[in-house]
Design a protein around this ligand. Structure first.
Ligand code: ZN
Ligand code: ZN
Length: 344
């Protein structure tokens, strides 16, 4: 089969490789749509601690079952399916206390990182993922839309931590794919006013089309802008969806006293931020880190996509064959694409 394999930072090669073998609890899926993700771009530019090159990357995908392991129940050849990129072990400390997204063994079975990814004609679904995080694609949902399952599951998890109340003023910093999913989820949760900040006018336009009540050019003084919208208090909830130390700091600075800051974007490892202790202490701020997803988030994400409460299709700005994967990643890098749908 054709596959795009990562060799070293800046080097991805399109190569013929063997179709994966599957064991008794696994599925082989023929990919119909694979989406680019910011994490793929990071892998392409810097590599990843879990990646042992040459590695097929890509972890947001949907397709049709080609082969079924003999012990797999509930799935058959020809069924259209989508899955998350991981699944918890269900036996470590974190799984036992219900924090499945923090599972100590998540890394062991991670499609596109420790397990071969989906930038290929076929992908093997490991048994843990088959039994916990694989779903038949509901009628009326395209492969491209279904492939949003994994990023939306992460957003559902972050949205839960945000504890959004009706009539809340919510600020989303960053109008990339994750920020745009947060905007729609916040509206579905009943947030009163959703404000989105970004430096790209193109992205802000899309944010407006997807339901943001107000968009703000992030190169302006965001603290002042948000205070101006909130009788000088700040936002009830702020979601950081950029992943830079300076936007983490900005997220804390734009949160009102007693409000919640969700730090969703992952900064480069080793990053440090400085936070005003008085603002956190006297202002009783709740700072929440948000990472990955649990099976319940994956399930809820599928419901949100299939009911179109979250409209994912407008986030796909480009479509191209898998052979153009490097062009797709460069479009992401230059901020020209929100998501690129690749067809293997
Ligand atoms: Zn992703
Ligand atoms: Zn676990």
């Amino acid at each position: 089969m054709m596959a795009a394999r990562f060799y070293e930072p800046g080097v991805i090669r399109l190569e013929q490789v063997e179709i994966p073998e599957i064991s008794s609890g696994e599925l082989l899926v023929r990919n119909h749509a694979v989406l680019t993700c910011g994490t793929d771009l990071k892998m392409y530019l810097r590599g990843h601690r879990l990646a042992k090159p040459p590695l097929i990357i890509g972890h947001e995908f949907a397709g049709t079952i080609e082969r079924v392991g003999k012990d797999v129940k509930g799935f058959e050849v020809g069924m259209n399916v989508v899955s998350a990129n991981s699944a918890p072990c269900m036996s470590c400390y974190y799984c036992r206390v219900g924090q499945h997204n923090l599972c100590e063994h998540l890394d062991e079975v991670l499609i596109g990182f420790s397990s071969p990814g989906a930038y290929a004609e076929y992908v093997r679904l490991p048994s843990r993922i088959v039994s916990q995080n694989t779903y038949r694609i509901p009628e009326g949902l395209s492969f491209e839309e279904a492939a949003f399952l994994e990023p939306l599951a992460c957003v559902v998890h972050g949205g839960e931590l945000a504890n959004i109340g009706p009539s809340d003023l919510l600020l989303v910093i960053g109008a990339g794919p994750i920020g745009l999913l947060h905007v729609q989820l916040a509206k579905a949760y009943g947030a009163g006013t959703v404000v989105v900040a970004d430096t790209s006018s193109d992205r802000l336009r899309v944010a407006g089309e997807l339901g943001a009540d107000r968009t703000v050019d992030a190169s302006k003084d965001l603290v002042r802008e948000v205070r101006g919208l909130s009788e000088n208090r700040g936002a009830d909830v702020v979601i950081e969806a950029v992943g830079k130390p300076e936007t983490w700091e900005l997220a804390v600075q734009t949160t009102r006293k007693g409000g919640t800051t969700v730090l969703f974007g992952g900064c480069p490892s080793g990053s440090m931020v400085s936070i005003d202790t008085e603002a956190v202490h006297y202002g009783e701020l709740t700072l929440r880190g948000a990472f990955h997803h649990a099976p319940r988030d994956v399930y809820r994400a599928l419901r949100l996509i299939s009911s179109h409460q979250v409209n994912v299709a407008p986030l796909i700005t480009h479509r191209m064959p898998l052979s153009d994967v490097e062009r797709a990643l460069h479009l992401m890098q230059d901020g020209k694409a929100i998501k690129v749908a690749l067809s293997p």
